[in-house]
Design a protein around this ligand. Structure first.
Ligand code: ATP
Ligand code: MG
Length: 429
């Protein structure tokens, strides 16, 4: 019989890979807590209308990337392609946005029907944050400083670059859009098919076209920066000043636009060269109009999302994942002979008295030699051997698997004391 395979572009995360994910998730969630962010969880499935109204009808995501289907009741539902829309919906529904400041974060799977490749999947994962109720550039800067700290903590600050831009308000963007369309219309035959299609539906997206010919053409195009009204300009200048003050390096990229319609004023991306074409590891910006657009009261907002798969690839590529992450067992407990009762008891004593340790009880019998092999292979630092002699005398034999040290037989009390002192970080796997 043909075995059933996973859906294309939807990966399994295997146990050998999950420690890096856990390390990343833990590092991020602890950092976010230090900045006062609180976790929010909202459904993976939402009414299709939510994404159409927020992300925008003529964006790539809504036009061709969404997993949309009718449920049994005939209502159109969509697997979330990103987190901001659902987060805003949840906050509105529960009165969390009006007249208050919220610093929120979320994580989980997102779904987009894209062509699967390295760093681009159909089910991928994001960790995102959203802040509601603050309109000044100080919070934009705080978010960027916070991510910068994260990159430093993870050891990838040397391989990522921050690009920033300001998109201005809906009005200034509208005026710029008209000027850009006018400029490009007269050169329409020089545009590729994709950009020609976008010329009237979503002309700003042409700015981040990957086509070198198009990029060359754009050198003579009107600049968005010249169309910003005073308020956006000041907001942006202040943001850059705050970044300078905090020592966060950045590059102003006047052609940076985002693929989602709700952004205005600040937009940013952290990009890397280490992952080929899929270079954006974290992206976001300000979206002061979205809450209103979804039926709420005017609420300024700013946030970002990072792509977990791409960050994991980057951590691997940069070789900065701590060795100890790969090891998932500290102590392997061998049971040689008729000692099942005592082995089970000793395992529990270890977990009670040395709660920081990860202890694997050998189960399933087998020769001493095969048990030792398993102890070695799982990466444990120490093997505890419980044979019939040891069990009868209330002792245990201790074998140091990564150190040149003689095997010792000790009382259980001595063993517990030794284990609580032992530096499990030092030995290599
Ligand atoms: P890209 O330009 O790479 O398609 P995007 O602008 O569509 O990215 P966002 O919607 O801003 O991406 O999502 C934020 C982050 O989520 C991206 O920077 C990336 O790290 C990650 N991401 C987006 N789409 C995918 C995907 N299909 N597979 C894996 N990660 C993704
Ligand atoms: Mg995309």
């Amino acid at each position: 019989m043909k075995k059933i395979q996973s859906i294309r572009g939807m990966n399994d995360l295997l146990p050998d890979e999950s420690p890096v994910w856990q390390y990343l998730e833990k590092t991020v969630s602890e950092l976010l807590a230090r900045y006062g962010y609180r976790e929010i969880r909202f459904p993976i499935l939402e009414p299709t209308e939510l994404f159409k109204r927020s992300i925008g009808e003529v964006t790539d995501i809504v036009e061709k990337e969404m997993y949309t289907f009718d449920d049994r009741n005939g209502d159109s539902v969509t697997l979330r392609p990103e987190g901001t829309a659902g987060c805003v919906r949840a906050c509105e529904q529960h009165g969390l946005t009006f007249n208050q400041v919220q610093r929120l974060w979320y994580q989980g799977p997102m779904f987009r029907y894209e062509r699967p490749q390295k760093g681009r999947l159909r089910q991928f994962h994001q960790i995102g944050i959203e802040v509601f109720g603050l309109e000044g550039p100080d919070i934009d800067a705080e978010q960027l400083v916070m991510i910068w700290r994260l990159w430093q903590q993870l050891g990838i600050d040397q391989v990522v670059t921050l690009e920033v831009n300001s998109l201005g308000t809906v009005e200034s963007r509208g005026r710029y859009r008209d000027a850009l369309v006018e400029f490009l219309e007269s050169r329409k035959e020089l545009l590729d098919e994709d950009s020609q299609r976008r010329l009237y539906s979503n002309p700003m997206r042409i700015l981040d076209s990957k086509n070198p010919e198009t990029q060359k053409l754009l050198d003579g195009a009107p600049q968005l920066a010249d169309f910003l009204e005073d308020e956006s300009r000041q907001h942006f200048e202040q943001l850059l000043c705050l970044l300078d003050g905090a020592g966060v390096p950045y590059r102003v990229n006047p052609r940076l636009v985002r693929g989602l319609d709700y952004y205005g004023k600040t937009v940013f991306e952290w990009v890397t060269n280490a992952l080929g074409a899929q270079g954006t590891v974290c992206a976001g910006g300000r979206y002061d109009g979205l809450v209103e657009q979804l039926g709420g009261k005017h609420t300024p907002a700013v946030g970002f999302a990072m792509g977990v798969e791409r960050l994991v690839l980057l951590l691997d590529a940069a070789g900065v994942v701590p060795d100890s992450i790969a090891r998932q067992v500290d102590v392997y407990l061998l049971a040689a002979g008729d000692v099942q009762v005592q082995a089970l008891q000793l395992g529990e004593t270890l977990r009670s008295q040395c709660p920081q340790l990860r202890v694997l009880n050998h189960c399933g019998g087998g020769s001493f030699k095969s048990q030792m092999k398993k102890a070695d292979r799982c990466g444990a630092q120490i093997a505890l051997i419980l044979g019939e002699d040891e069990a009868a005398s209330g002792k245990v034999s201790v074998k140091f698997l990564r150190e040149d040290k003689p095997q010792q037989t000790m009382s259980i009390t001595e063993t517990l004391a030794m284990l609580n002192e032992y530096d499990f970080e030092k030995g290599e796997v």
